[in-house]
Design a protein. Structure first.
Length: 344
């Protein structure tokens, strides 16, 4: 009876592993540990294909030692390559092998108990095969999920390329921006997902300008009130451009509110202080930094010292003091400073 309970709880643990982990590496490590614990094995080796590539991840746990390898066929032993080719389960006294198959072979698992007398019983065998079938389904889901992310990233990149050709003035320097976002994200203790959303937003925040006549975008300032009105619509248009993409849902508020000001004088909603989504408050500092640091056709480049002074001056007016405080802190970081100086 106790064993049956463990069988059921192992399927539950597997489900929990799948829903709580967003990357396949940790998933493979998690299932290897799961196999080891529930089957009381001395050694477990799990090999899985990294989706849509010729690479593998191999997790080998023997006693308490865990080794994780990632790479091409060369990380597999001759025997492991054979197992992947065989495509069928092998059950021997104290050893079991099962491939992960979902249309294609996605990998395999090998488990071994210490002595030959410590044999796997009938329930173990059926349990091992059923669990491995479930793992195959989850591995397939991970691979489809990653495929979807790739498609979405390509969509963002092409949209951002079109955008940069159409409106070079709103181009953010992707590489440096992504470096700053990751440093600022760590400083402000943002989650990985929040940092990703900021990165996507940095590429798409001005996408709404695609609906502004290019004549108007190229016009040297000052603009008339009517012309400003047209330009001020771009956050709303930009957010509505991505509204049907579920995966970009957290990016929409950043795009919609990236021109709000901390004191409530921005647009489109005249939001104040913490009512402005955090991502948008960060985006507004990053956007301003990029414009000052790299310059714009209508604006000369500025030295870091003057940028810092300008950010301080706008603290509490245009920008959130907490964001400026963290941003100035990362600008003092030696590595970031060295990187930024390479652009002068
Ligand atoms: Fe904008």
């Amino acid at each position: 009876m106790r064993k049956y309970k463990t069988v059921f709880s192992s399927f539950h643990t597997l489900y929990r592993l799948t829903t709580s982990l967003s990357d396949s590496n940790n998933f493979v490590i998690g299932i290897t540990k799961l196999y080891k614990n529930i089957f009381k094995a001395e050694k477990v080796v799990t090999v899985c294909k990294v989706s849509n590539s010729h690479n593998f991840i191999k997790v080998n746990i023997e006693n308490k030692k865990q080794v994780v390898k990632k790479g091409g066929l060369s990380i597999l032993t001759k025997r492991e390559k054979e197992i992947l080719k065989q495509n069928r389960e092998v059950i021997l006294n104290n050893r079991m092998i099962c491939p992960f198959i979902f249309v294609d072979t996605l990998g395999a698992v090998y488990i071994k108990r210490k002595t030959k007398n410590d044999i796997f019983d009938d329930l173990d065998k059926r349990w091992f095969i059923s669990l491995s079938e479930q793992v195959s389904i989850y591995l397939k889901i991970f691979s489809l999920y990653q495929e979807q992310r790739k498609i979405m990233l390509n969509y963002i990149k092409s949209l951002s390329n079109i955008l940069n050709n159409y409106i070079p003035t709103s181009y953010l320097h992707t590489k440096s921006v992504s470096k700053l976002i990751s440093a600022l994200g760590k400083e402000m203790k943002l989650t990985k997902a929040e940092m990703k959303s900021l990165e996507y937003a940095s590429m798409l925040h001005d996408a709404g300008k695609l609906q502004v006549p290019s004549k108007l975008l190229k016009k040297q300032r000052p603009l008339t009130n009517k012309e400003y009105e047209i330009i001020r619509k771009h956050p709303k248009t930009g957010a509505s451009l991505i509204k049907d993409l579920a995966a970009l849902k957290p990016v929409a508020p950043i795009i919609l509110h990236h021109h709000e000001k901390y004191d409530g004088t921005g647009y489109p909603s005249r939001l104040k202080k913490d009512n402005i989504p955090l991502g948008a408050r960060i985006m507004s500092v990053i956007d301003a930094f990029d414009a000052m640091f790299f310059g714009r056709p209508y604006k000369k480049r500025m030295k870091l010292k003057s940028i810092e002074a300008e950010l301080k001056k706008q603290t509490g007016k245009q920008f959130d003091p907490k964001v400026v405080h963290s941003f100035l802190k990362i600008l003092k970081n030696k590595r970031i400073r060295k990187y930024l100086h390479s652009f002068y």
